[in-house]
Design a protein around this ligand. Structure first.
Ligand SMILES: [Mn+2]
Length: 350
């Protein structure tokens, strides 16, 4: 028995709106979903679980038909799916009354129901959101029914507004695997026999690192799971530590090398740290031409010899300015004020 656990695909989302790569990202989310189906065609699995938020918002009829067509191309895989808080089932929504392919089971109710797989000794449990939020602990006290085989629960949520749940308690109650959705960063909880597959493509810059889906299989009667990286891009951080010798060009070269090493297709946040020569005025905008750069954070400090400056400029505005800040711990804002002010004063007093 093999399964794939997918969640939070967010078809229809357009990440990083306003950035040059944004519209491509929207298409890539669809493309990666098609690739997952193609992967299943080439490496057939018995079961495909989709734990909510397949769509970013209410699905349109043509989108449902598109997805349903893809499901018909993997007829040997039984698909079990639920709706999450983004694609929750609305009274007039597209999910209502949609005729899914034969191999699809959609858990329509907002309470847990169970379906026995027609071919395998596997019991699948699930529920769908009918609301944007569900604050009730819908799963409290839930336990699998009687039946020899694997008991797998599909659930979306886990935070206060979206079905608070006690994952260790659920797994202790006898479920063999909890196929979870809602958290976009993948997380395998091996001890609990649970996992958030995360979104197959990362959707915003907080979702750094690998993304894909979870694959599960039985080995010597034990359920094994692993994360399969599948995203076509990732959000990455680059940290460059400057020193007194650093120049705009040398820092740009380091960033460019890191972008090539980590992959030109990825989307970057650049953090500049350390100490720089006081006269170096970094131009963060220039880093944006080196690749898909979303953000440049400059937290470098100019390397002033404050004591020496204080002596040199004693009795002048510069000296008084340093006096004002010296002899105590500075907040980050004060520190910035000190360095920016000092730089401005020194440049005009030269
Ligand atoms: Mn969600």
């Amino acid at each position: 028995m093999r399964f794939i656990h997918l969640a939070d695909v967010h078809l229809g989302a357009v990440p990083d709106k306003g950035w040059p790569w944004s519209s491509k990202r929207g298409e890539e989310i669809w493309e990666t979903f098609r690739r997952v189906i193609a992967y299943i065609r080439e490496n057939p699995v018995d079961l495909l679980f989709i734990a909510g938020d397949l769509f970013h918002r209410q699905p349109l009829l043509r989108e449902l038909k598109e997805v349903n067509y893809l499901f018909t191309t993997i007829p040997d895989t039984r698909i079990y799916m639920i709706a999450g808080n983004h694609d929750y089932i609305r009274r007039e929504g597209g999910y209502r009354g949609f005729a899914w392919a034969e191999n699809v089971t959609f858990f329509m109710e907002e309470k847990v129901t169970c379906v026995k797989d027609p071919l395998l000794p596997v019991y699948v449990y699930g529920f769908s959101f009918h609301h944007r939020e569900i604050r009730q602990e819908l799963l409290q006290g839930l336990a699998p029914m009687e039946g020899e085989g694997l008991h797998i629960l599909l659930a979306h949520g886990g935070d206060l507004e979206h079905v608070p749940m006690n994952i260790p308690a659920l797994s202790a109650s006898g479920f063999d695997y909890l196929a979870l959705g809602h958290i976009h960063k993948p997380e395998l909880m091996i001890k609990s026999g649970a996992g958030y597959s995360g979104s197959p493509e990362p959707l915003d810059r907080s979702e750094t690192g690998q993304h894909g889906f979870i694959e599960g299989w039985l080995e010597n009667e034990r359920l094994r799971v692993r994360l399969v990286p599948f995203a076509c891009r990732s959000y990455e951080q680059i940290v460059v530590t400057l020193n007194e010798e650093s120049t705009q060009g040398s820092v740009e070269d380091m960033v460019a090398r890191e972008i090539i090493r980590k992959g030109k297709e990825n989307i970057y946040q650049i953090h500049l740290r350390g100490e720089r020569a006081p006269e170096l005025l970094l131009l963060p905008e220039r880093f944006k031409s080196l690749g898909n750069v979303l953000l440049v954070e400059d937290a470098t400090r100019p390397l002033y010899d404050l004591e020496l400056l204080q002596k040199q400029y004693w009795g002048t505005l510069v000296g008084d300015y340093i006096d004002y800040f010296s002899g105590r711990a500075l907040t980050p804002v004060e520190e910035k004020a000190l360095y920016y002010g000092l730089q401005a004063l020194l440049e005009t007093s030269r």
